[in-house]
Ligand binder design. Structure first.
Ligand code: C2E
Ligand code: MG
Ligand code: MG
Ligand code: MG
Length: 287
């Protein structure tokens, strides 16, 4: 429970003295022992159908409670892990954990974030497939979340790798859509099943007319291309209401549910029952 409330502000280690390169070096060093020390864990955030608020899938998000630094945000340590190469171990750890946990949640898909460095690894697809097989989980139950940067930098290679993952059965999700530099024409070349509108757009929903128009066009784009659209970072009832008006199909954010430990997800699903609808909780205010 304490873990959940610590989710939002997970960066209490900044001393003010430790900044920049030195701090990154120390993080990178501490990270190497994180798996063995069992200070890495995985939490899951529900992704919900906007129309009836049914939980349709979960996003796996890594957490690091460092012995030395306390809780460190992935926004801070993932870039370090990419630089040091430790991201590959982290990626396999998260995937293994998701395989174990999802045995408790039949019928739910799990989204797993994939860094550019992971996709670049020639063994990546085979590693994932091997872990899934070992755990008796079919790749169909996973969606791999990738960001635009990766596609723009080396489209030819990315296209080939994504096609391979897709043919193995993995679903593909384009994360943080709208923050990179990909164009519409670009998107067509890649076999994405899901598109996630970045939370920076959602936070301006209702206050900035441009944001509304952009979100609307992203939703239309998804519809036209037959790609499921998820809006990320829904924090208020008002944002949810507007997204439903814009006919956004799926939503994710603190207003619906925060990232939670696996046991809390199991308890939530038990409480929601068969339809998995988020009747109770902050969003239960009569939509
Ligand atoms: P992301 O994939 O875009 O994940 C969504 C982030 O938004 C998560 O932050 C989540 O906790 C946060 N979030 C969810 N709902 C809300 C909301 O209503 N408001 C706000 N302000 N934030 C919300 P988190 O867990 O700190 O992760 C940050 C980023 O770190 C992720 O962004 C992803 O890019 C990366 N990351 C997290 N876990 C992994 C992982 O296992 N592997 C890799 N490669 N990257 C990861
Ligand atoms: Mg993601
Ligand atoms: Mg995102
Ligand atoms: Mg991101």
């Amino acid at each position: 429970q304490a873990k959940n409330s610590a989710e939002r502000e997970a960066v209490p280690y900044h001393s003010g003295l430790e900044t920049g390169a030195l701090h990154k070096k120390r993080l990178g060093f501490a990270l190497r022992t994180a798996i063995d020390e069992k200070s890495l864990s995985v939490v899951y955030q529900p992704i919900v159908r906007a129309s009836d608020l049914a939980v349709v899938s979960l996003e796996a998000l890594v957490r690091w409670n460092s012995k030395e630094f306390g809780p460190v945000s992935p926004a801070d340590f993932i870039p370090v892990a990419e630089e040091t190469g430790f991201i590959h171990d982290i990626g396999r750890f998260v995937f293994q954990q998701a395989c174990e946990d999802m045995a408790n949640w039949p019928g739910l898909k799990i989204s797993v974030n994939v860094s550019p460095a992971q996709l670049r690894d020639p063994n990546f697809a085979n590693d994932l497939a091997a872990i899934a097989r070992r755990n008796g989980v079919v790749p169909n139950r996973f969606k791999l979340e990738l960001t635009e940067g990766l596609l723009v930098r080396n489209p030819t290679i990315a296209k080939r790798k994504l096609a391979r993952l897709k043919s193995m059965g993995f679903g593909l999700s384009l994360d943080d859509f709208g923050t990179g530099f990909s164009s519409i024409g670009y998107l067509r070349q890649f076999p994405f099943d899901w598109l996630k509108i970045d939370k920076s757009f959602i936070s301006e929903l209702g206050t900035n007319p441009t944001a509304n128009a952009l979100i609307q066009s992203m939703i239309a784009l998804g519809d036209a291309m037959d790609i499921a659209v998820v809006a990320e970072g829904i924090e208020t009832a008002e944002q949810l209401k507007l997204l439903r008006l814009l006919q956004c199909e799926f939503v994710q954010g603190y207003h619906l549910a925060k990232p939670m430990a696996a046991a809390d997800i199991t308890a939530l699903l038990a409480r929601l029952g068969e339809g998995r609808r988020m009747f109770s909780g902050p969003s239960d205010s009569g939509y």
